[in-house]
Design a protein around this ligand. Structure first.
Ligand SMILES: Cc1ncc(COP(=O)(O)O)c(C=O)c1O
Length: 397
């Protein structure tokens, strides 16, 4: 058949031969996926991960990433979402119905709190907050459906008694969803921890942080072991048209081989920063699970026997440092930049007023402004010099 230039441009002939082998999974960009014949079209099934039928369903690039994340997490199934928060929302919207009770820890990632509160307003879902340092505050009702867990918790990094939470949830047949962004599948295995080999039902992970490692890509994952639960979540994933771009998946695929090394290096730097922060009189309290005085340190030690504890550390200033002083400190820093997120190469700082953030009293925390440092991959000595010069300017104000 004769082919006009316009047809040639619309239907290029060259396809990669089957035998070509590359280090990284090839990048597929697809909305349409062409069926080889009518039989493969009629045989397609939405629940089959290798049934390529449309871009929203997935491509070899996105499935390659999903498989790798499932491996890191020790799970059997993985779904990808365009951000960590969209993965969290997908779980809430797939599992919660009117009248159901959902439990969140007091130190939960702020937007997770906002998401369930919105569901409460719209669909009469019953939101309950528990104190992650006092498991007795979890009192499941008849309609309890789902409990969110963070280990360590956001901003203040308390490490909860994971095993006690699991036992309670299992007794009441409540689904457990761990936001595993901090542990990243490396500090401990969400599907096999403790001597009794506990496994959460769902592990959600903001791949935006350590898996991406670049501070430039947003993505989330939802890992499970139970196939029925996975299919339930996959159904919502498909119905909501949740899809990720092949380009973004390829970028994260490329970052994964260095993830373990980066995570360890973030931690090495963090431990050096902690040693420095401890020498400064400006701080009333340093918050990091590896510190013996930290709330939940013993639970961290038992669960994270790897000794890993990520690259976040928070510090609470003495109350004589007011908002103006904190802002001066943040603005004075040269290598720490004011911004949200973590897990990238660049060190970040953010300040918080704890008095506006908690439902329960927090006797384990000092009063005063809290700054959270996200430690990057710079040379630790440079970061310390930067902190030192910025703290010194506070002495002269
Ligand atoms: C603990 C935790 N979970 C989830 C998220 C959400 O991830 P994303 O930024 O990809 O929406 C974040 C983001 O900061 C986080 O800190």
């Amino acid at each position: 058949m004769q082919k006009h230039k316009q047809t040639q441009l619309s239907q290029p002939e060259r396809q990669a031969p089957q035998y070509i082998s590359t280090v990284q999974a090839p990048l597929y960009r697809a909305s349409t996926i062409i069926f080889p014949n009518c039989k493969s079209f009629t045989d397609r099934h939405w629940s089959d991960a290798y049934d390529y039928s449309y871009g929203t369903h997935g491509t070899p690039t996105t499935y390659s990433l999903a498989d790798q994340i499932a491996t890191i997490e020790g799970a059997d199934h993985c779904l990808l979402a365009p951000s960590g928060l969209s993965a969290i929302h997908l779980i809430n919207s797939a599992l919660l119905n009117t009248g159901d009770e959902v439990w969140i820890p007091d130190n939960v990632y702020g937007p997770t709190h906002d998401d369930v509160m919105e569901l409460q307003k719209k669909y009469a879902i019953n939101v309950k907050v528990y104190d992650p340092t006092q498991v007795e505050t979890i009192q499941f009702g008849e309609q309890a459906k789902l409990i969110w867990i963070e280990a360590a918790g956001s901003v203040t990094l308390e490490f909860p008694d994971l095993i006690a939470i699991m036992q309670k949830a299992q007794q009441h047949q409540v689904l457990t969803a761990l936001d595993n962004t901090w542990g990243a599948g490396l500090a401990f295995c969400a599907f096999d921890f403790g001597t009794e080999h506990y496994a959460v039902d769902i592990s959600v992970h903001a791949l935006t942080k350590y898996p991406s490692g670049g501070g430039d890509i947003l993505m989330g994952s939802i890992c499970t072991k139970n196939r029925a639960l996975h299919l339930n979540l996959l159904r919502t994933h498909a119905l909501q048209g949740i899809a990720i771009s092949g380009d973004d998946a390829a970028q994260i695929n490329r970052s994964l081989p260095s993830m373990v090394i980066r995570y360890q290096q973030h931690q090495n730097n963090t431990l050096k920063i902690i040693d420095f922060l401890k020498t400064r009189t400006e701080f009333a309290q340093i918050l990091h699970p590896s510190l013996p005085v930290h709330t939940g340190h013993q639970y961290w030690k038992n669960i994270c026997s790897s000794g890993l504890g990520a690259g976040l550390v928070s510090a609470i200033f003495h109350t004589n440092f007011d908002l103006q002083a904190i802002q001066k400190f943040c603005d004075q820093l040269q290598y720490f930049h004011l911004g949200f997120s973590w897990g990238g190469p660049t060190s970040l700082i953010m300040y918080y007023d704890l008095s506006k953030m908690r439902h329960y009293r927090t006797p384990h925390l000092s009063s005063g402004w809290l700054v959270r440092f996200c430690i990057g991959l710079e040379q630790a000595e440079d970061l310390i010099a930067d902190l030192e010069q910025a703290l010194d300017t506070l002495q002269h104000s």
